[in-house]
Write a protein that binds this ligand. Structure first.
Ligand SMILES: Cc1cc2nc3c(=O)[nH]c(=O)nc-3n(C[C@H](O)[C@H](O)[C@H](O)COP(=O)(O)OP(=O)(O)OC[C@H]3O[C@@H](n4cnc5c(N)ncnc54)[C@H](O)[C@@H]3O)c2cc1C
Length: 383
């Protein structure tokens, strides 16, 4: 399918596809089995300037938009979701700096993230604060020229691997969500350590880890914006990052369709290839149609965001919700088309089905996306 991409956009797709074909796909089963973090592949992604896509030229970026990030995320996820998530999680980590950071913070932290020399991570979730982000218990207390952080973050993508972390903590716990603030914390800061590394169902090449803060002193100027702005910055970040989760979902679904289609043309039962059975043909047709619908919504959302439109929460939530539900459905149907072989690890579709599930959960579960969409409908009307 063509989306009238510019030469530069097509080049982004081609580079990502080449990395996926040559570097990711040959290794993905092993990375999944042994939970290998794709350090070398991410270095190559950095060298190919793909981390620059997120950022303005003045901070070492290419000045492109969310649309280009979505193109890259889709192609990388077509190879392996763990690689695509490690890539996108760095963007998620530095978005709070990009959206609300000071000029000095941007000049200091963004260029090494743009070049891929460093990776970022986003630390919001805690054991008692998942969907209910206002329930975070990590605290940041002002003490002279420092904030002192105490608490534990859970399930942080790129945890342990990233160099720069944006961490949400309560500066005024009595105010609930309005008492949250966000800070930049560098790896190696005294009092900042890494805890349990998770053993996950899918997306196993990505690192998901606890971050532990014990009397961790960070300079006062590492606060992003000002006290109390944490929740607003988190929501603004998700508005911009969710289409990339939708794009990842489209990428996995596309990969599953490709596997199911090629298998259906070689597998014979009852003396005929299974692609000659109408039941299989209709599944393939529905899978392809759903993927195209999801891709269109993701691309449209990204273009609306890049146009500078302010009210983007509804569309952003819709693109993540729809594409991730499609990815779950399509990958499950791909396993069905491969039958018993689909259930075996010698074919990649069972991994795609395991991987797809997380796109319905992280960056806000799909129930939360439906809440966002419904509240926006009620507040601003149906159009
Ligand atoms: C592999 C992985 C990587 C992650 N990476 C990061 C990361 O990099 N940074 C980070 O900060 N977090 C990260 N997370 C956390 C992720 O964003 C949360 O898991 C997610 O927001 C859901 O929170 P929870 O798991 O605590 O579920 P809960 O909030 O406990 O929800 C449990 C169930 O209840 C439903 N539910 C909850 N509240 C409502 C409601 N109001 N209405 C309707 N249904 C509701 C949910 O939809 C879900 O089905 C990651 C999680 C995973 C699993």
């Amino acid at each position: 399918m063509r989306y009238f991409l510019t030469e530069e956009q097509q080049m982004i797709v081609d580079i990502c596809r080449q990395i996926a074909e040559e570097r990711v796909i040959p290794q993905r089963a092993e990375m999944d089995e042994k939970e290998i973090f794709p350090t070398d592949i991410l270095k190559e992604i950095g060298k190919s300037d793909l981390l620059r896509l997120f950022l303005p030229e003045e901070f070492g970026g290419m000045g492109t938009g969310i649309f280009e990030v979505c193109l890259a995320a889709e192609e990388l996820a077509r190879g392996d979701l763990g690689v695509a998530t490690s890539y996108a999680a760095s963007g998620l980590g530095f978005l709070p700096i990009l959206i609300s950071g000071s000029r000095q913070q941007k000049e200091k932290y963004l260029p090494p993230l743009a070049s891929g020399e460093k990776l970022a991570a986003f630390g919001l979730t805690e054991s008692e604060a998942g969907s209910d982000v206002g329930a975070i218990r990590t605290t940041a207390a002002l003490d002279g020229g420092y904030y002192v952080l105490n608490g534990t973050k859970q399930w942080i993508s790129n945890g342990g691997e990233a160099d720069i972390y944006t961490i949400f903590a309560m500066t005024n716990p009595r105010k609930g969500a309005r008492g949250a603030s966000v800070f930049i914390v560098e790896k190696g800061t005294e009092g900042f350590s890494f805890g349990k590394k998770e053993n996950k169902m899918g997306m196993r090449s990505s690192a998901t880890r606890e971050l532990i803060f014990t009397d961790c002193k960070i300079p006062k100027e590492n606060i992003i914006s000002r006290e109390g702005m944490g929740f607003i910055i988190a929501m603004k970040t998700f508005d911009k990052s969710r289409p990339a989760v939708g794009a990842q979902a489209v990428g996995i679904a596309q990969a599953a369709l490709e596997e199911a289609l090629s298998y259906s043309k070689i597998r014979k039962q009852f003396g005929a290839t299974i692609s000659s059975f109408q039941a299989i043909q209709h599944m393939l047709a529905d899978m392809a149609t759903s993927i195209e619908a999801a891709r269109s919504l993701v691309y449209y959302t990204a273009k609306v965001i890049d146009s500078g439109e302010k009210n983007i929460s509804r569309l952003s939530a819709m693109s993540k919700l729809f594409a991730s539900d499609i990815a779950m459905e399509v990958t499950t149907n791909a396993v069905q088309i491969l039958g018993g072989y689909g259930y075996m690890k010698e074919y990649p579709v069972e991994k795609m089905m395991r991987d797809a599930k997380i796109t319905q959960i992280y960056e806000g579960t799909n129930q939360i996306q439906r809440n966002i969409i419904a509240l926006d409908l009620i507040k601003r009307g149906a159009l």
